[in-house]
Design a protein around this ligand. Structure first.
Ligand code: ZN
Length: 465
């Protein structure tokens, strides 16, 4: 049985959900600046989770939002002298590319906050009507004194919250701990009409509204980084209870740990923290994905580039090990290891440790047994979203191709353009009736596994096998 740690009850709990209708919400990015490694971790660990539920034959509805309006987006876009939407779209494209390269499943629904403004306004009005919201000259606020279970998720005291709250001069909310539902806009800021005045939604109300609009009042899993517990998720709980006190909001709260960038070689002031897409370019998306598999999703994870390099090598060894088989569930021991580790609060480091132990012991097994292990290891990694293609091979092939085309004075950047040029050189020879030379070129090409067609169907293809 699948057990997961619930951040609200602070216990490992049996997952009891309707397998045919599992609703998951993951707090997605605020599109204000390029994704960093921490964004990658949240996306990947919850992708392991969604993929594992699918492997267990759960029918999943997975929603991850995009926060496309917020104070930071407005400030950044003003600095760059572009619209908030231009900034949001260009940052979002970087996220899309990162998610693709990390092989994360595309969520079933990706709601954008600005597409839900009428619904957000309706939600806020409901909170006001129920006595949880009030209007001032700067906006609409949530009155946290009206919600008795406030801070149950984070376990903070209200005193901590009050001392930790930054008091902004324009705020005229009743108490420091109250939070904004709607902020009236200043001149030149993006704004929407509302019954209380032109403005924009607060961050927390966006998620509450998008959850109730896309998934309904009660959801099975609410996921996000541990840094979102306070204030974001506390405030989401307060809002949902303010709208409907009797409904349960979330059955299981799941939070991923942070990356520890405090190692002496990594500090923001040194400027040597690269962006997520830079690490992906350098090490490959699959190696970055594998790096996240090595830590338990709830634990803090130490990061330095050496660890990414190690991940790439280990992954490459796995790819080499499973290179000659297709994925298949044929070894019971590996299946047991996989199920028991993943059912145990997705203990992926334990999973890796046990699988590598089995691989190490294959030296004492016969070929048939080894093949079964290889097939099942490949299967398990495919479930977790890995393709296990040997990266070493790609590098060698590119190098080989580049050397090959160099002989014909063709610069190799990609196979399509190199072959177009190659064919042109050869066609020129043929038009000069230098058939022998053209034939040598064709045979030469065959050595590296490429076949050329002459005549009407002029073109090329990779030789099978
Ligand atoms: Zn959220």
């Amino acid at each position: 049985m699948l057990k997961l740690y619930n951040s609200l009850t602070k216990k490992l709990e049996d997952v009891k959900v309707n397998k045919n209708d599992v609703r998951i919400y993951l707090c997605g990015p605020t599109v204000q600046s390029s994704p960093h490694l921490g964004h990658g971790r949240s996306a990947v660990v919850f992708d392991f989770f969604v993929r594992y539920l699918k492997y267990l034959n759960y029918s999943v509805l997975f929603v991850r939002n995009v926060t496309d309006i917020d104070d930071k987006i407005i400030i950044k876009s003003q600095e760059k002298k572009i619209s908030y939407r231009e900034l949001g779209n260009s940052v979002w494209n970087e996220f899309v590319s990162a998610h693709e390269n990390l092989n994360c499943l595309v969520p079933d629904i990706e709601p954008r906050a600005t597409a839900y403004i009428p619904e957000i306004i309706k939600y806020i009005q409901q909170l006001i009507d129920n006595g949880f919201g009030y209007v001032t000259t700067s906006g609409v606020y949530y009155d946290v004194s009206k919600f008795e279970n406030y801070l149950n998720l984070s376990g903070r005291s209200i005193e901590e919250v009050i001392t930790g709250t930054r008091v902004e001069t324009e705020d005229d909310k009743h108490r420091a701990e109250d939070f904004a539902l709607w902020k009236f806009s200043k001149l030149d800021e993006p704004s929407w009409k509302s019954p209380w005045g032109e403005g924009r939604p607060g961050w927390h109300i966006e998620c509450s509204t998008m959850i109730s609009e896309t998934l309904g009042q009660t959801i099975d899993f609410h996921c996000g980084g541990i840094d979102l517990i306070f204030p974001h998720h506390e405030n989401e709980i307060a809002q949902s209870k303010g709208v409907d006190t009797n409904e349960k909001f979330v059955n299981h709260w799941l939070h991923n740990g942070m990356l520890n960038l405090s190692g002496k070689k990594m500090s923001k002031s040194d400027g040597n923290i690269k962006l997520l897409n830079e690490y992906i370019d350098e090490y490959g998306g699959e190696a970055v994905r594998f790096f996240f598999l090595r830590a338990h999703y709830r634990s803090p994870q130490e990061f330095n580039e050496q660890l990414l390099e190690e991940s790439r090598k280990t992954l490459n060894n796995l790819a080499e090990f499973t290179n000659d088989v297709n994925a298949k569930l044929s070894d019971d021991k590996i299946i047991d290891i996989f199920n028991s580790c993943m059912n145990d609060d997705m203990n992926t480091p334990k999973l890796l440790g046990e699988i590598f132990q089995v691989i190490k012991n294959t030296t004492s097994l016969n070929e048939e047994q080894t093949i079964k292990i290889k097939q099942t290891v490949k299967y398990v990694f495919e479930v977790l979203g890995f393709q296990l293609k040997s990266s070493k091979k790609d590098i060698i092939e590119d190098k080989l191709l580049s050397e090959f085309f160099e002989k014909y004075d063709i610069e190799f950047s990609d196979i399509e353009s190199a072959m177009t040029e190659f064919i042109k050189v050869r066609e020129d020879l043929r038009s000069e009736k230098k058939y022998a030379e053209a034939d040598i070129m064709r045979e030469d090409l065959l050595q590296i596994g490429l076949v050329i067609n002459d005549g009407e169907n002029v073109g090329w293809y990779w030789k099978n096998s």
